[in-house]
Every structure is written in C-alpha cells, then in structure tokens.
Design a protein around this ligand. Structure first.
Ligand code: FEO
Ligand code: CA
Ligand code: CA
Ligand code: CA
Length: 664
C-alpha cells in the first residue's frame, strides 16, 4: 500500500511494501529489480509469447512470475498535430465525424449540414467504444459492431461563424475577476441546433476486416443505427413514472426523447450496451427562475444547471430545455441507457435502478452467485463511485431472460476507509438515513437524487471518478479519478491523498472473496499520476526516468493478459493527451509507458481491443478544442484548412494478425 505524508501542503509518497522505507529507498529497490529484468528481457519475450492467465480468486501477488510483457518501445509525449503510435504499429483514422454510415447516407458537406444528413452520418465527439463480435456469441476479431458514444458537440468548431467576438467585452482587471460579459457571442440557428441534436447520442456500425488487414465500414448493414438526442426511449425501473419524471409532453413520466452527453459506457454479459449520460446539466437553462426553496431547484443546482441561458441556447428553439417551461426535464437525463445493438429496432431504456448522476463506466462482471455487478463513476469533483448489483442472476443460455435484469437490484456507493478497507453502502429507501425525515419518500426519490442519498450515507467524496472497470484476468477493479484541483489539505483522505490533485490517480479494489456482489472490499493505490520527478507521484516504485509521465487518467481497458491501458483527458504536462499501458501484476506492475499520442485540444477515450487483441480502437475526441472554426490549433485528420474532426483510430501491429502492444 502507498502512504502519504505531508510537508506543508506538499504530499510525499511512501510505499507500505517496506514500512519505514522512504520513497527513494523503494525506488532504489525497484530499480535493482528492473535491472535484473532487463538482463533477461530477450529470453523473457520468447517464453512469454504464449499468454498466461491468472484465474479470478487467485490473483497474482507483487512478487509472482510476470505474465506477458508489454513489448513496445514507449513514445515521447508529443505536441504535434498528428497522431503518433509506438514503433511496429500503424494508427489510421478510421471513422470520422460526418462519415456516411448508411447506404443512402449523403457524403459530409461542411457548408450544407442538415439534421437529416447528420442522422445518417457518424456523430460528433466519439467517446466510449465497444466492439461486439458478429455473429453474436462468437469471438470474431474481423467482423463485428463498433458502438460509439457521441458525447457532445463543439459548434464553435463545426459551423463557420458560430462564435463571434463580443463588442462589449473588456478584459477583466485581474486574473481572479470574472469578465462582465462573455468574450464571444454564440450564434445558434434552428438548423445548427437540429444538426447538434442529431450529432449527439451513439452510432452502431458494422465493420469488417479484409484479407489485407484493412477495416472497412459495411454501409448497407441492417445493424447500422444512430441513436440521437431525438430518439424515443423509455424510462424503466423504480423511478419510471414518478411525479418528478412527468412533463407536459409525457404526463406518464415514461417516455423520453433522446440521450445526451454519453461519455463512458459498458457492455453487459448478454451483449447489450449501457451508455452513461454525463454532463446533461449543460443543455438546460433558467434555473434562476425557479423559487429559491423549490426542491426541484435544489436538485438541479447540485448538477450545476445554469441560472440563466445555457451555453448552446437550445432553449430558444425547444421548450424542453427551458426550466421555466419544463422544470422536470433534467430529471429524465443523467441515467445509464441500455439497448441491444444486435437488434436495430430495440428501444433504448433508461435504467433508473442504476441511479442518476454524471454517469461513467458501466462495465459489468458476473459474481460467483450469478448476480451482475455494474461499476460506474459520477464524474465531478467530490462526487462518488457506485456499484449496482442485480437481484436476478445472469442466464448465459437464455439471452432474453437477461434483458430486464438491470431494473431490479441494489445500488451501492463506495466508502474508502483509511486502513485500506472499504464498504459498499446500499442506497435503499427506508434503510439508514434514507427516510422521509431526510427528504426521501420512495426508492424513486433515492435514485433521482442519488447524490443526496450518498451524502446522507457518508460515502467517500472522490477526485472525479470516471472509468471504473474490472480486470477480466485478475478480477480486481480499477477506479480512475481524473483530477481535483479544488481538494484542500484538510480534505485529503487516504483514497484521495493529494491536495490540489492536478494529475489524478487510480485506485485498485479487491472485492472480498473476489465476489463482485460483496459489500466490503480492500483497496490500494495503483497510480498517483503526474510529473514523476516531483516526488508526489507513484508509478509502482519505478524510477523517474523509466516511466512515461501520465496525467488526467480517464478511460481504461484491459488486454488479454490483464495489462491496464489508460487514456487521458486534459493532462497537465503540456503534451497532447494519449494512451498508456502498464502491467497490473508481477515485477512490472505500475511500469507506465506511453503507446499513442493524439493531437492538440483532443482527449483520448474509449480504448477497446478486438477479442484477439489484434486491433485496438480508440477515440480522438474534440481535436482542436479551445479554438474556433476560423482559428484552430488542429486540422487533423483531413489537414489543410479543414476543421478538425473527432475520429475513431484503428491501431494494429505491422503484422495485422499479431497482438497490439506485445513483442513476439
Ligand atoms: Fe466526459 Fe467524464 O468525461
Ligand atoms: Ca470521458
Ligand atoms: Ca473502459
Ligand atoms: Ca473525462
């Protein structure tokens, strides 16, 4: 376990592996191990070509024999407007914003975008990705469905003239003083807003790899689908139909138009998608018009809904985004949305049993008793990490029987104790503090106001919990905390140990008995990100000059050997965001290496391997962010004067059938 001491407000990291050892001593010990490894590297690579697997419940220890080594040579951080990947691999832009994904879809036409064309093209800001093999149930790695979340739009990069300088703007007198009026004015039109609505949501696209190793989109596939901010969907589970869900268009509180801000997601063991609605608050306007003591106002305020106009001003075109007209509409967002990508007719369902917050993750794992655990983070400073456990059990032989498993179960919130233990606190109406005396009149109330319920239970406030994923090889669970610049020294806990946490960290959780339905766990720090030369980082004890500096870890995936792959969003190291990998077990645990770099303004998200790990898909989201259509730091991937385009990149080894990232 890693422990922290403080000198003034500076954190100093120690390793518990040798109590009393200073961090420098831990480093020295790890360096000598590392040198030993180096001398036997050639032999190791040969021996390790055959993958070895630990079984859940039998997780390897720090000193166990290492599994397959990550065999790539780390790249340096980059600031260039081009993607970079480790030697021996190719990284190709594969699916870009505006690419047609139906046989009858029009080609992208920058000057003449319409909602109708966007609804048949790949959406904006690709984020989380899934690869679902075809046929269903197979482990095909050359034929499948690529599912992408489209988190949000950057209209200032999508539409010429969207942003104009505000003639009334005067620079503020000091850095602390907010400007009186915004520097830029936004110019949404009905057409722009309608395109934006269709650029949100998700895409499902059939893709195929040819004999030549090249991936292509199968445009005439029956599976291809767009789910957008206008797609009809239903509410299901305990909060469906409750009074807070009712609007003038939906007096029953059961039917919602669309999904918004789909950030991270997960697939279920039965092959459906659960997509997380994250920063939904930004689409709603005029909170300040509700009465100050209105509980509806307090609930929306917790999410930061704007007091006045929203950023995008959709409320000028659609009443449902205006709280003076539809105060309940935001309650219908902030959920996990499940649908079946193998059935293009399936109607998405917002699964209220999973609670309402700024959802991330939703990776699932089947517990020994057959219940399904779904992990998710609530990505905001000082918010919580959650686990939902189904009441029913997964039936691997009857897909239909699993289709509504997510409507019944127990949502838990994590409490991380300073002694390395932890508890999953159940968010159940009538239990503990979740009673009428504290403002909860039903389970629907608990789920709609999940954050208030978690407050009442005394859960641990985290540093922006984002992806939260089980390592399929070891069964350990990894929670990524992206950063939290606002945490003060007084607010530090062992699980969020750094004040002004600019760079983020990753916590490793072991469920008691390796049972993902358990209500208690142990945890330890896996990574304290940041500039390794600063002394307040932890890279498994590896020396400063041996690791690749990582900052703002965000999304995770695991390869066949349980190595962790980490993408970053908003790193504070003056390099472009990227994708990094590290072993989780053995001598090289925590040995972080950079594998891929994106372009200016972009985050990297949604890394996912094909089942045989021969292809790796990754999203380069919001390239050029911070600029405008007229002036952008990025023109990737089309170059020239083209606007930047959020794009899914496919990465393969030079031998396209070989595993990505592994030397042979
Ligand atoms: Fe959309 Fe939490 O990142
Ligand atoms: Ca994200
Ligand atoms: Ca993930
Ligand atoms: Ca993020």
């Amino acid at each position: 376990m890693v422990t922290i001491e403080y000198e003034g407000d500076k954190a100093k990291v120690y390793s518990d592996a040798g109590r009393g050892e200073t961090f420098a001593e831990v480093l020295a010990r790890r360096i000598s191990r590392r040198n030993l490894l180096k001398t036997s590297a050639a032999t190791t690579a040969l021996v390790l070509a055959a993958p070895s697997r630990a079984t859940p419940g039998n997780a390897a220890t720090q000193d166990a024999t290492p599994t397959v080594k990550l065999g790539f040579e780390a790249i340096e951080g980059s600031t260039a407007d081009e993607i970079v990947v480790a030697a021996g691999h190719s990284a190709l832009p594969f699916l870009k914003w505006g690419d047609p994904i139906f046989a009858d879809a029009p080609d992208f036409d920058l000057e003449n975008q319409t909602a109708e064309s966007q609804a048949k093209q790949f959406g904006y800001n690709c984020d989380w990705l899934a690869f679902l093999p075809l046929p269903i149930g197979s482990d095909a790695s050359d034929n499948g469905l690529l599912v992408a979340n489209h988190e949000f739009t950057n209209p200032e990069l999508m539409f010429p003239g969207y942003l104009t300088a505000n003639p009334e703007f005067k620079p503020p007198q000091s850095d602390d003083a907010p400007p009186d009026v915004p520097e830029f004015l936004v110019n949404p039109t009905q057409n722009i807003v309608d395109v934006e609505l269709e650029a949100h949501g998700l895409s499902v696209v059939k893709i195929k790899r040819g004999e030549d190793g090249q991936w292509t989109v199968v445009r005439d596939s029956q599976y291809n689908r767009r789910v957008t901010a206008t797609t009809p969907m239903t509410l299901s589970g305990p909060a469906a139909g409750s009074d807070l869900m009712k609007t003038s268009d939906d007096p029953d509180g059961m039917n919602v138009l669309g999904t918004l801000n789909n950030c991270a997601g997960g697939i279920t063991p039965w092959g459906t998608v659960v997509s997380g609605e994250e920063n939904f608050q930004q689409y709603f306007a005029n909170l300040g018009q509700l009465a100050e003591d209105d509980p509806v106002r307090l609930a929306h305020d917790r999410f930061g809904v704007s007091e006045g106009a929203s950023e995008r001003q959709w409320e000028n075109f659609y009443d449902r985004f205006d709280l003076t007209k539809e105060p309940n509409e935001p309650f219908r967002f902030g959920w996990g949305v499940e649908f079946d990508p193998y059935d293009p007719e399936s109607k998405p369902k917002k699964r209220t049993a999973l609670g309402r917050n700024k959802h991330e993750g939703h990776t699932s794992f089947v517990a020994p008793g057959g219940q399904v655990a779904i992990y998710s983070g609530d990505d905001e400073r000082f918010e919580y990490a959650y686990k939902f456990v189904t009441t029913g059990t997964y039936d691997p032989d009857n897909r239909d029987a699993n289709m509504d498993l997510l409507d019944e179960g127990t949502l838990h919130v994590a409490k991380f104790n300073d002694d390395g233990s932890g508890e999953w606190l159940p968010l159940v109406y009538g239990e503990g503090e979740l009673t009428e005396a504290n403002g909860f009149a039903s389970q629907a109330d608990v789920l709609i106001n999940t954050r208030f319920a978690a407050d009442a239970l005394g859960a641990t406030k985290m540093d922006r919990p984002e992806d939260f994923e089980t390592n399929p090889v070891t069964g350990k669970v990894y929670l990524v905390c992206t950063n939290n610049s606002r945490r003060t020294l007084d607010e530090t806990t062992k699980a969020n140990p750094r004040p002004e946490n600019l760079h983020g960290h990753i916590i490793e959780i072991t469920e008691d008995g390796n049972d993902h339905a358990a209500t208690s766990f142990t945890w330890e720090m896996f990574l304290l990100a940041g500039d390794p030369s600063q002394g307040s980082t932890y890279y498994g004890g590896f020396a400063t000059d041996e690791v690749s500096p990582i900052s703002a870890p965000d999304n995770l995936t695991f390869d066949l050997d349980g190595n962790i792959w980490i993408s970053t969003d908003g790193n504070q190291l003056a390099i472009n965001d990227g994708l990094f990998a590290a072993p989780t077990e053995g001598e090289e645990r925590g040995y972080v290496r950079q594998f891929f770099s994106s372009v200016p303004g972009a985050e990297v998200s949604g890394p996912i391997f094909t089942p045989d790990n021969s292809s790796l898909f990754v999203s380069v989201q919001h390239p050029g962010e911070g600029g405008t259509f007229e002036e952008s730091e990025s023109h990737w991937p089309d170059g020239g004067n083209n606007p930047p385009k959020p794009t899914v990149v496919v990465i393969q080894a030079v031998d396209s059938t070989a595993r990505v990232g592994i030397s042979r």
